[in-house]
Write a new protein. Structure first.
Length: 64
């Protein structure tokens, strides 16, 4: 097997990224259920508003 050139590697990597990105779009065409994640409001889960403390912006988070 020959070693791929840099150009061939870029082409293969681009094709792989395109396939990975497109796979999420194709799943709805196959009739899969778009609501795979259950709704916490109907499952009895509790939503707790909080914030992240990793940086000084303190972004808001809804924890389930």
């Amino acid at each position: 097997m020959t070693k791929p050139t840099r150009r061939q590697f870029i082409k293969i990597a681009g094709l792989g990224a395109g396939v990975a990105a497109g796979s999420g779009l194709v799943s709805n065409l196959w009739g899969l259920d778009p609501d795979m994640v259950p709704d916490p409001k109907t499952d009895g889960d509790k939503i707790v508003p909080t914030f992240c403390e990793l940086c000084f912006w303190k972004c808001g988070v809804l924890a389930h």
